[in-house]
Design a protein around this ligand. Sequence first.
Ligand SMILES: [Mn+2]
Length: 331
Amino acid sequence: MTDTYQQALALIEKANDILITTHTRPDGDACGCVAALMQAFRTRGQTVRPLFVSPVPSWYAFLFDEKVPVLRKDVQVDELATGPFGRCDLIVIVDTNSYSQLPHLADHLKRIDTPILVIDHHVTSDGLGAVEIVDATAAAAGLVVYDFFQAVSVAITAKIAEALFVAIATDTGWFQFSNTTSRVYRCAAELIDLGVSPTELYDKLYHTFSPARFRLLVTMLDRLELHLDGRYAVQHLVQEDFARTGAAYEDTENFINECHRIASVVVSALLVELKDGRVRCSLRSRGPVDVSKIAAQFGGGGHKMAAGTFLPGPIDHARQLIFDEVAQCLP
Ligand SMILES: [Mn+2]
């Protein structure tokens, strides 16, 4: 067993009351890892308190036995030190190691001296953890959790296997993205042997649109613009679109991938106007452009093929900012 695994295990064994969290806009990897770790900790008899900085999308809710509380909605920032969350003696952060990904929780984390264990697969790191299990070669944090469970002999129940499968399958675009290595397939195969039904999960994850979400998708597709010889695709959604369709902000998850069905598209951007007027920009790349560098220009981050950042509004201004950066990468 590696030193890092040993240190992580030591932290976990000492803990009675564990707060577990993940990045804003939690995706399948984030939700799957949190659900898997919660199961494992609870089996050990530990108290586990999940706390997210934004809501669990409805299509991942089946992973959890309870409704996961959201900071500033169900739990206020000043309750973190005084309420039940103040009693926790270990904080586990998965699928991120960046303060910017933990809005409103970051300041609390900087202030306290509760040990933090980070389990992540991103290159971007603020070094949040006292102990950090980070594997930037892993396609999903779910693989990092899986390897850790194997190394420290955590029994992977069917429920844990399902959560880890969701983590791995979603971060690889259901085994379609270029990060889908033999390691991914091997792990998926092990999880299937432990009781996962991929067909059932696929239905739960991908055939779940509400009519409102579908109408929002149609609106976005209708706004598609192709630039730079069809290599750059940009789409946007504004607040009025959410009001008109009845869809929610988290409904935009994975929308950006749709335009990559167009053969010429190398880089894509989806700009979503937020309630506060800022614009959330998601970026995807297929090919040589490293979109995490574009995101980093504006204080964001991510991976080579998938990244995101916040931009000042209005939407036309944000679109120009991103276009100028993309144009430099696609001469
Ligand atoms: Mn991930």
